[in-house]
Design a protein around this ligand. Structure first.
Ligand code: PLP
Length: 229
């Protein structure tokens, strides 16, 4: 068995075990994060049944995207610059990094130009770390009201990142995110809010225990990233 197959199998069983411990018994979608790994790694993951792949940068997604169609959903999860939105919208099935109203408006505008309704997540900065992008949970009501008015986007849920620390310290962050996501479901009832994206290699089990419906995992599947690539 290949290393990727091996690791993927282990990630899947760890997700399943965490799901069994979760009070929500939710379904969990695995997004395999392929940034800094070659397209071949992505293709292998797809052969092994991965249905969703994630990239951080538009340019890297584009390189892999152009190499031909794959039966996967493409997720973009890195902070977006305005001048990259047009390309992002042309490729992404889900843009997870809706981290400002400005960028959401630009996504809606670009989607409108090509007759698309772009699925997006609102990225909230739950931990309040200055180093992180994201909307302020204190602005929740205004953000939801304003985002609802933007045409060309469909709000599918919430994304967050926890501090890169002891996974147990991340639990309160994930718990807050879950509560915020449930408020979002109420505020947009009749909408399409079905996705709570949280949990990476270091903390995905805690995230699933706290109710994540989507995890974004790179290192645990593909090994360490070579940033010189
Ligand atoms: C890189 C990245 C991931 C995956 O990180 P790993 O620790 O390798 O699992 C997930 N989400 C976001 C937003 C990322 O930037």
């Amino acid at each position: 068995m290949s290393e990727i197959a091996d690791r993927l199998g282990s990630v899947r069983s760890r997700i399943e075990a965490a799901r069994a411990r979760s009070p929500y018994h939710q379904a969990v979608t695995l997004v395999a994060v392929t940034k800094f790994h070659p397209r071949e790694a992505m293709e292998e993951a797809v052969r092994l049944g991965v249905t969703d792949v994630g990239e951080n940068r538009v340019q890297e997604m584009e390189e892999k995207f152009r190499m031909g169609p794959l039966p996967v959903r493409w997720h973009l999860q890195g902070h977006l610059q305005k001048n990259k939105v047009k390309k992002a919208v042309a490729m992404a099935d889900l843009i997870q990094s809706g981290d400002s109203l400005d960028i959401l408006r630009e996504i809606g505008r670009r989607a409108g130009e090509i007759g698309k309704v772009q699925d997006v997540l609102l990225e909230f900065n739950i931990s309040g770390e200055a180093s992180k992008h994201g909307l302020d949970p204190a602005d929740f009501d205004e953000v939801i009201a304003a985002a609802q008015e933007i045409s060309g986007i469909r709000l599918r849920g919430l994304m967050c990142m926890a501090p890169n620390e002891d996974p147990e310290l991340t639990r309160p962050v994930f718990r807050k995110a879950r509560a915020l996501w449930e408020r979002m479901q109420v505020a947009l009832s009749g909408g399409a809010v079905d996705t709570l994206s949280m949990g990476m290699t270091n903390d995905f089990e805690v995230a699933v225990e706290e109710g994540a419906t989507m995890v974004r995992i790179g290192t645990a599947i593909f090994g360490p990233r070579d940033y010189n690539r």
